[in-house]
Write a protein that binds this ligand. Structure first.
Ligand code: FAD
Length: 469
């Protein structure tokens, strides 16, 4: 009987334990993706990016004489239907760790078992599954440094090769047509602008890992903080959808470290931050939508998403060039440099005193590398409400940050058109990416700061000092 490999956020063929195990049985394999209410609930940019990834995976499977079957509906209903159509006797998949996926997958597993169908889940999205990392007293880690110490020396299995053959079934089950799902429907104008910035699929991700290790990782310690440079791996969108495995990146980083490349260990550390984010999400899922530190519920956050300050932040018109450049980079590329993410998040939650969830939601709509765990941890870190967070009173100053991290102004010049005689092409593209109703034009005046930095800072610190917690 054939075997179903249920693809979710593991859209690759290499280093894919579930697929490798399926192929090893020698039975025909039916690769399946189910567009269920969880993938349907994705924000506009992640959904658009998922659509591209599915098309690409479908092509790669075709080259191997296989196919990607696409179905829409409730996961269990679809699986049962495909099993009925094909006589499949087993379903394999890679584990996910967010509460909604865990809930769905547990139900699916129990039901399939009751139906007499083998249901088997595998690792692959993470190197260190959350329950395998424990403190000395048997709890979970809340702070990164000790977490890092406990995982950095671990053996991570060498990446598995792409299966040499993915045996096709004699009869393929029905499949939807990807275009009918309209995964890009909510992207509107931004779709064509963002598309050229997408690094799509497994082959491209592996090629980028290779060139990153060859040319960039040596100086990564410093270059990773400079948003005006090509100084990071840019692999987050691929890691987020599993177009490349973390173990693949880890081993490349390890080899670079052995070759004496200076920034390699920091790269490994960043990969471990991703694992840590999943560790936190798994053990305390409330990190996704509530202040991790409960006392922060009492903080007087501004929760009015429609107020003028939030609108200016979203539009990249705060009058703070570093903040505005980063918010525009997000509109045009679907990504934002980590330094930018920290600065816009600090600015929104501290200078503007807005709830971090407003920013978290905006990122969830706009990032093509959106990741539930990394995004939630990043926002709570910046706001000060998270477990391993920057203290609230440490408030990034977007002006001094600019002098430290964008000295030559490459970054701000690249993204801001207003007030310049010859704006860069990227800066102009921003006007193609944004909704028309914002009514913005390149020859607008660049805005004055919407908040005086020292006043904003003082207001935030006052609220913090007078808090009743
Ligand atoms: P590199 O510097 O090349 O790092 C390699 C990989 O390590 C990344 O691809 C990523 O998987 C992981 N990594 C690096 N930094 C972090 C970090 N701080 N936390 C967790 N993992 C990390 N990352 C996402 O992937 N998706 C998100 O939705 C996301 N939202 C964020 C929101 C905020 C407010 C902040 C402060 C950070 C957020 N990050 C998020 C983390 C980080 O900014 C990005 O992972 C990074 O900028 C991606 O660029 P890169 O692939 O070039 O990273």
């Amino acid at each position: 009987a054939p075997l179903i490999v249920w693809f979710r956020r593991d859209l690759r063929l290499s280093d894919h334990p579930a697929l490798a195990a399926a192929c090893k049985t020698g039975r025909p394999v039916i690769p399946l993706f189910i567009h269920d209410n969880q993938s349907d609930a994705l924000g506009a940019a992640p959904k658009f990016r998922l659509g591209l990834a599915l098309a690409c995976l479908g092509d790669t499977l075709k080259e191997k004489g296989s196919r990607l079957i696409l179905r829409r509906g409730d996961a269990l209903d679809v699986l049962r239907d495909v099993i009925e159509q094909t006589g499949a006797g087993a379903v394999y998949w890679s584990r996910l760790y967010d509460p909604a996926a865990i809930d769905r997958d547990t139900k699916v597993k129990d039901a399939l078992k009751e139906d007499g169908v083998e249901a088997c889940s595998f690792a692959g999205h993470l190197m260190f599954e959350p329950w395998t990392v424990e403190t000395k007293t048997g709890g979970f880690y809340k702070v990164f440094t000790p977490y890092w110490k406990s995982v950095r020396g671990r053996d991570v299995a060498e990446p598995l090769a792409t299966p040499s053959e993915i045996r096709a079934p004699e009869d393929w089950p029905d499949s939807d047509v990807l275009d009918d799902w309209q995964m890009d429907a909510e992207m509107q104008r931004g779709r064509d602008v963002v598309r050229p910035y997408v690094r799509l699929g497994e082959a491209a991700a592996q090629a980028r890992l290779g060139s990153f290790i060859a040319d960039i990782v040596d100086g990564y310690d410093e270059s990773r903080d400079m948003p005006g440079e090509d100084g990071t791996s840019g692999l987050s969108e691929n890691l987020s959808l599993g177009e490349i495995s973390p173990a693949h990146c880890w081993h490349a980083g390890q080899r670079a470290m052995q070759e004496g490349k200076r920034g390699a260990e920091t790269f490994l550390k960043e990969l471990a931050w991703r694992e840590f984010a999943y560790h936190l999400m798994y053990h305390t899922p409330r990190i996704l939508d509530q202040n991790w530190r409960e006392e922060w519920q009492a903080f007087p956050w501004n929760e009015d998403e429609r107020c003028a300050e939030v609108l200016a932040w979203k539009q990249g018109r705060t009058g703070m060039p570093f903040v505005d450049a980063a918010m525009r980079e997000l509109q045009v590329t679907g990504r934002m440099h980590n330094r930018g993410r920290m600065i816009v998040a600090s600015y929104l939650t501290k200078h503007l005193m807005c709830h971090w969830r407003i920013g978290q939601k905006w990122f969830e709509e706009h990032l093509i590398d959106w990741d539930p765990a990394n995004n939630a941890m990043g926002w709570q870190w910046a706001a000060g409400s998270g477990p391993d967070a920057t203290p609230f009173f440490r408030i990034f100053n977007p002006e001094t940050q600019l002098d430290r991290f964008d000295k030559g102004r490459n970054y701000t010049r690249r993204w801001i058109a207003e007030g310049r005689e010859k704006p860069s092409e990227d800066a102009l593209e921003y006007f193609d990416a944004i909704p028309r109703r914002w009514g913005r034009r390149p020859d607008d005046d660049y805005p004055d700061p919407i908040v005086d930095l020292s006043e904003g800072r003082a207001r935030a610190l006052d609220a913090y000092r007078n808090r009743d917690f």
